[in-house]
Design a binder for this molecule. Structure first.
Ligand code: ZN
Ligand code: ZN
Length: 115
């Protein structure tokens, strides 16, 4: 049973018989040949995408046109300024209500209101 092997460039290696009868693994994408007798395990790629942690992270970014956004009186925990712009964001999951974000007008500290 042969395992699929991948080149460093991501191309799928295919067996390529040499003139001397030896079979090498060859990458059709970049032409690199890899001796199948050598430690071929090194070229096996394990697809492991740790996305669960990222999904929990809410990316707070400056929305477009923040200069014209409404302001409200709220205390910034970083600089004790009392004026911040705010906007609302509907998260993709349906069971969550829209979240209010605040951005301090003085220091730019951004935080979300957990309600
Ligand atoms: Zn390659
Ligand atoms: Zn502040």
């Amino acid at each position: 049973m042969m395992t699929m092997q991948f080149c460093e460039c991501g191309g799928l290696l295919v067996p390529d018989r040499q003139s001397d009868g030896k079979v090498q693994m060859r990458c059709p994408a970049c032409g690199k040949t890899i001796n199948s007798d050598s430690n071929s395990k090194a070229f096996e790629i394990t697809q492991k995408i740790p996305h669960s942690e990222q999904e929990k992270t809410v990316i707070i970014e400056k929305p477009h046109g923040i200069e014209t956004m409404p302001t409200t009186n709220v205390n910034c925990e970083k600089c004790s300024n009392t004026e911040a712009v705010y906007w609302q964001l509907q998260t993709r999951s349906a069971d969550e209500a829209s979240t209010t974000f605040y951005r301090c007008k003085r220091c730019g500290h951004t935080w979300r209101d957990y309600g």
